[in-house]
Design a protein around this ligand. Sequence first.
Ligand code: PAF
Length: 282
Amino acid sequence: MLVVHTKEELAEQIAEWRHSGDHVALVPTMGNLHAGHVSLVELAREHAERVVVTIFVNPTQFGEGEDFDTYPRTLERDKRRLKSTPADLIFAPDVETVYPFGVEAATVVSVPGLTEEFCGAKRPGHFDGVTSVVARLFAIVQPDVAIFGQKDYQQQLVIRHMTADLSIPVQIITGETVRADDGLALSSRNSYLSDEEREIAPQLHGALEFIGRELQNGKRNYEDLESSAIVRLNAAGFAAEYVSIRRAENLEIPDRDCDELVVLAAARLGPARLIDNIVVTI
Ligand code: PAF
């Protein structure tokens, strides 16, 4: 597996693959890789002969007071983790490579509407940072396919919107959330949890599953389901930011007949901000 840091080295390798007729799949990450990322790499390999994993802690998607400085940077461990996967190349650029005019003078790609609620409302500017960096990575790598995790449900919808709206010729594929045995969605930020918080954390998924069962049982009082989940989470020790039942397709408020729903949640637990979601097909 190759590890490259510059656009030139990357372009040279990709040109070679393209010359042999290979397709390229991209798995964008911020590193500190876990089994969830590995599953995205394996999914990528089902869609292309070559898999590029980018490892880049993107400064523009972190807000003031967020964890950009302390975000775990674990390149050596990530390289070892990817060795036993079908990844062909790690692209680990520095900030100047991705933002050649500097972060302050960088072109911003911004998706309206979809980004205004949930994580977008709680983390102002976050999705502008995500779409700006993903558009750059698409331009640099020029993949045929790109893989994003379902755990960041709103993010993958925003990226799908951007890609379609800008006619970027990249197919977007969403990979399922990988969970620990107790249901907690794997996330790089789980490492911020103390042992005690880690015991409590699966209750976030438990709250989503409870709502999922109620919906399957015919309950349609969405607001009551959301607010009782928030009360339960707060009683368990979380500071819930939102629990929301929306149309899976576009995050719009669903009517009673909607049969493809997503239940989204975000909650703080100690130093960690956890997000999770489940899709419920009635
Ligand atoms: O989901 C992530 O890890 C990041 O938001 C992404 C897509 C790699 C962009 O920095």
